[in-house]
Design a protein around this ligand. Structure first.
Ligand code: ASP
Length: 352
């Protein structure tokens, strides 16, 4: 081989090695570094949900109410998990679980959502797919029966990520999404809640101290499917007595919802203003991605240190790209459940 041929062989080898190194660092499939229990094992199908955090302590719910929440969370877990076990996509599983909780008056989402300052239900939702970082979100929705379905439609069928109010409902009308009059969403206990807030001087969302009985009640779901794709979604009526078109964290990608196959999927619940300021969901993903923290370590840092230091309350659920999952909250309780391949469903309400 002459020297020119040798040189060109050397350079083409160098280029191939460089391309290999770059692609292994940037691929959406690259692995996070952690030493969690699922390291080197096939990724287990996993679905995790929350139904809000807050002053949920033993004795807060009657036996009857506990049974009701447990049954609904179980139903939502099973509906989402059925999608995963039939080989379906995590984004469809997330949607199926959230739809069940939106249809239940037990949670602050869809039917049973909290009332704003005008005594009207105005809902927010978002959904995100970790394989391509596509996302859909909506805010200020008053008539769409299942806001999570509209968020999904925005993700799949529009060129946009975030639609609001009348425009979002106009977009929905093109696809024939089921609508309801606003009264459909309103349940009597939400009137009492609003009356209590209007009677106090907490007109401006100054919820620095949660009152006994307060809870956020937003719903969320994260899932990982057989292909290792993660998805996350969140749906809410926001906070009682919200005013001036206030938007919380739930529909904001990176605050209330985030999913990236490189790191994790997160859905949050809590005092949205703090979750927005700390970009809670993305913040946790970044700690995994850039600092190599496990999902438990990252969630603990963001909720117990950053959120608590700022004076915010609430929590998150999350699943990483190995199927490790976590619940983290700084409130007394969080309605929550998880169903993982090969395990029984776990449902709990109160602190750890
Ligand atoms: N995070 C929601 C918001 O601030 C409230 C909740 O989680 O219940 O709108």
């Amino acid at each position: 081989m002459d020297s020119i041929a040798l040189k060109s062989l050397f350079y083409s080898l160098l280029i191939s090695i460089t391309i290999l190194i770059i692609s292994s660092c940037n691929g959406r499939d690259s692995n996070i570094v952690n030493s969690d229990k699922n390291e080197n094992k096939p990724i287990p199908l996993t679905l995790i949900i929350h139904g809000g955090a807050g002053e949920i302590k033993p004795g807060f719910l009657s036996e009857e109410q506990e049974k009701g929440y447990k049954a609904k969370i179980e139903e939502a877990l099973n509906a989402g998990y059925a999608v995963l076990s039939e080989g379906g996509e995590s984004v469809n599983a997330v949607q199926a679980s959230i739809k069940i909780m939106e249809d239940s008056p037990l949670f602050n989402a869809g039917k049973g959502a909290v009332l704003n300052h005008e005594g009207v239900v105005s809902m927010d939702a978002s959904i995100m797919r970790g394989s391509d970082l596509n996302a859909g979100a909506i805010t200020g929705i008053r008539h769409i029966k299942n806001p999570i379905l509209l968020a999904r439609l925005v993700m799949d069928s529009s060129k946009h990520v975030f639609l609001s109010g009348d425009g979002a409902e106009e977009f929905a009308a093109n696809y024939g999404l089921e609508t309801e009059v606003n009264n459909y969403f309103i349940i009597p206990r939400r009137f009492q809640q609003l009356k209590k807030k209007l009677g106090s001087d907490t007109l401006h969302l100054s919820y620095n101290n949660l009152e006994v009985g307060d809870k956020y009640g937003t719903v969320g779901c994260v899932a990982i499917d057989a292909k290792g794709n993660i998805a996350a979604g969140t749906s809410t009526g926001g906070m009682v007595n919200k005013q001036w078109g206030r938007i919380g964290d739930s529909p904001i990608i990176g605050a209330g919802t985030f999913a990236d196959n490189n790191s994790c999927g997160i859905s949050a619940t809590g005092h949205g203003e703090y979750f927005i300021r700390l970009s809670i969901a993305r913040n946790i993903a970044d700690l995994i991605n850039y600092k190599g923290l496990s999902i438990q370590e990252a969630a603990h840092e963001v909720i117990q240190n950053q959120l608590s230091d700022l004076g915010g309350t609430g929590g998150i659920i999350g699943i990483d790209n190995k199927g490790n999952y976590c619940f983290e909250f700084n409130t007394p309780g969080m309605y929550r459940g998880v169903l993982q391949e090969g395990e029984n469903a776990e449902i709990s309400f109160y602190g750890k």
